[in-house]
Structures are given as structure tokens and as C-alpha cells.
Design a protein around this ligand. Structure first.
Ligand SMILES: Cc1ncc(COP(=O)(O)O)c(C=O)c1O
Length: 365
């Protein structure tokens, strides 16, 4: 289908475009959620996810948006010692709100939007308190900032029993991770971003340290209890009826991801980040500090008085959907999501269209 205002190419920071073959997998007839058919399907999905994330632990599958798993991560790990939130944008703020809504005691460390966390800063913060968990946004979608997960995980591991919970919603599958080796405790994402599937499924790698903690925590609820997900996954099942349509699509997408190779996939995303930053330099300013620049989302700052809504509208008329700035950044930024199925060529098509819009005659002029 060629891009049109009604069916544009999605350069928003998720949901992202879905490959036609993967989309067709969604239309397979439903199967029962107990029995050999679903068990074979989930076994293949697990194998693909474990290889992608570098873990031997079962990767939990939730029929939900990622927010539910952010909530689950708190419910299953945070008790009396509370949680430290590392906030560098809107999604870090959101996680702290979730913890508060669950009655948890929270502390937070915030860096200026556009910057990320250094391991030194995290180590300093951890020395100030004894926390059950620390929450980090791997890739802050509101600002286009990627945090150095491996280095941060290493300082958290040195801080005793504090667990590291990571929202990797806009990074997973586009940024290489080795979950077991790095010592991360929860790594969660929805599949509607770099995985390039329709929204509705979330996944989470979970360490054995988390299950040990969860066993001691009362009132973990029912739908979001990690222990019941693990128990059923050991039989290649889920506690409640899953979206089998998503599991079929995820199985196919994981095959495609491994055909490309996880390192090659990460390089493709890095390249798109560089390409977008090069384009931006000639016209605007990147909102994020170069040291933390994201390979999946670019947040682009415009000069005062620039009409972002008009640019978005003109791009849409050409069949390209751009992302608005997030929250307080809406009037002064726009975002390009360059992830999932996109590559240098599709990105170039967008950037040259933006060039034509920006350099062309204005309406009526
Ligand atoms: C970094 C990050 N965290 C969490 C979310 C929330 O994801 P969901 O809408 O699947 O709950 C998003 C969505 O954009 C995100 O980008």
C-alpha cells in the first residue's frame, strides 16, 4: 500500500509500521490456550526472546500494554524499603506515579530533560539509601535519550540487594542487551515499538532474584503476579487466555529479527539515529545531548515561532506521520521514530520530503 494521508508511513515513536507477512499472522484462527498447539507456539516464542535478550530465564508474556508490566514490576519487588526512580523524562515520571499509586515509598533522582544517567550518578544515589529496587527508563521516548544500561546495571549489582527494573519499551530489539550477564532484574517492553508488531502484548525478562523477592511480598494481585506467569511458562502456557494473534505475529517477527541478526539490527538503528542527527544539524537542534542520543527516537527542537503543527500536517499530506513533542515539549519539538521496519532508505524518503516542505514555497506564496 503506498503511503497516503489515510495510511501514512509511521515515523511516530510507536506504534510503528508492521511488515505485511507479520500482519497476516494476526489473522490466523484462534487456538485453545491449553494444550500442545499453544505450548509449541510459546516454546518457539520463548526461544526467540531468550536469544534476543541474552537470558536463560523464561521471558514473561502479558496480553496488555507495557504500563501493566511497569506496575507489575513494582508489585512484585518493592516492599518496605521503597524504590528509587531515575527520571530523565515523561516516562520516568510516569513510573514514579505508578509506584505512588500503589502506596510505595518513592525517592527520585532527576536529571535535566535531554540528558541521561551516568553510572557515577547512579552509584552516588544508591549510597544515599537502601532501596528494594531502582527504576530506569532505558530509552526515554519523550526526549530521545538512551541511558547506558550495561554500566548502570554494573553499579546497581554492587549495591547489595537492590533490584534493577528497566522500562525498555522503545529500545528492546533495537539495542543489544545481555540480560543475564549484565545482571538486570526486570527488562520490559511492549511490542508496538522496535519489535514492530501491533499493540497489545508486552514481554519481560525477569531474574531469579525477582522471584525470590516476590515470594516474600504479600498482595501481589492476580493478573500481574510474576510467580504465576513463571509457573505456567515452565509448561509453555500463560495464567490467563493470551492474545494468540500476537503470539503468532511475534513468532514470525522473532524469526525475521534473528534472520537479520541482533547486532545487525542494532547497527541499522544506530545508523538511522546518525542519519537523523546529521539531517537535523543543518536545520534545527537535537533536544538530547549527543552523548545520550537514542538510536530509535529523535526529539528535534525548533526555533521560537516555528509552526510544528503545520510541518506535521504537510508531512501527513505526503503520507508521513511525524510524532508531536511530548507534554511540555509539544510547542517546541517534534519527534521522529526511526525503528522497527524502517531503514536508511525509508528514512531518507521522509527526510527528503521534509526538505521539500521546508524549502518549498509556502501556501499562497
Ligand atoms: C519509554 C516508554 N515507557 C512506557 C510506555 C508506555 O507503553 P504502553 O502504552 O504500552 O503502556 C511508553 C509508550 O510510549 C514508552 O515510550
Amino acid at each position: 500500500v503506498s503511503p497516503s494521508p489515510e495510511s501514512p508511513r509511521l515515523f511516530i515513536p510507536g506504534p510503528t509500521d508492521v511488515d505485511a507477512e507479520v500482519l497476516r499472522e494476526m489473522s490466523r484462527a484462534p487456538i485453545g490456550h491449553r494444550g500442545p498447539q499453544i505450548e509449541a507456539l510459546i516454546a518457539e516464542v520463548e526461544e526467540g526472546l531468550q536469544a534476543l535478550l541474552g537470558t536463560r530465564e523464561p521471558v514473561l508474556l502479558f496480553t496488555s500494554a507495557a504500563t501493566a508490566v511497569m506496575e507489575a514490576a513494582i508489585l512484585n519487588t518493592v516492599g518496605e524499603n521503597g524504590v528509587l526512580h531515575l527520571r530523565c523524562g515523561a516516562f520516568g515520571d510516569k513510573w514514579e506515579k505508578i509506584s505512588r499509586s500503589l502506596g510505595r515509598s518513592t525517592s527520585s533522582c532527576e536529571v535535566e530533560w535531554g540528558r541521561g544517567f551516568t553510572p557515577e550518578l547512579v552509584a552516588d544515589e544508591l549510597r544515599r539509601g537502601d532501596y528494594d529496587a531502582v527504576c530506569l527508563t532505558h530509552n526515554e521516548t519523550s526526549t530521545g535519550v538512551l541511558n547506558p544500561l550495561r554500566e548502570i546495571a554494573s553499579v546497581v549489582r554492587e549495591a547489595g540487594d537492590t533490584l534493577l527494573l528497566v522500562d525498555a519499551v522503545s529500545a528492546m530489539s533495537a539495542v543489544e542487551v545481555d540480560f543475564d550477564d549484565w545482571g538486570v532484574d526486570v527488562l520490559l517492553a511492549g511490542v508496538q515499538k522496535a519489535f514492530a508488531l501491533p499493540p497489545g502484548l508486552a514481554v519481560a525478562a525477569v531474574s531469579s532474584r525477582v522471584y525470590e523477592r516476590a515470594e516474600k511480598l504479600p498482595n501481589r494481585g492476580t493478573y500481574l503476579d510474576f510467580l504465576s506467569y513463571r509457573r505456567l511458562l515452565l509448561k509453555n502456557q500463560t495464567p490467563s487466555t493470551p492474545s494468540t494473534a500476537h503470539l503468532y505475529a511475534l513468532r514470525r517477527q522473532l524469526q525475521r529479527i534473528h534472520e537479520e541478526g541482533r547486532s545487525a539490527r542494532a547497527r541499522r538503528h544506530q545508523q538511522m539515529g546518525i542519519q537523523t542527527r546529521e539531517w537535523t544539524r543543518g536545520r534545527f537542534r537535537m533536544f538530547a545531548d549527543e552523548a545520550f542520543a537514542s538510536p530509535t527516537v529523535s526529539c528535534i527542537q525548533v526555533p521560537e515561532g516555528f509552526d510544528v503543527a503545520d510541518l506535521k500536517q504537510r508531512a501527513l499530506q505526503q503520507g508521513f506521520a511525524l510524532g508531536s513533542g511530548y507534554g511540555v515539549l509539544k510547542p517546541t519539538t517534534f519527534r521522529i521514530g526511526h525503528m522497527g521496519e524502517h531503514d536508511s532508505d525509508s528514512l531518507e524518503a521522509l527526510l527528503s520530503t521534509l526538505d521539500q516542505i521546508l524549502d518549498g514555497p509556502k501556501d499562497g506564496g
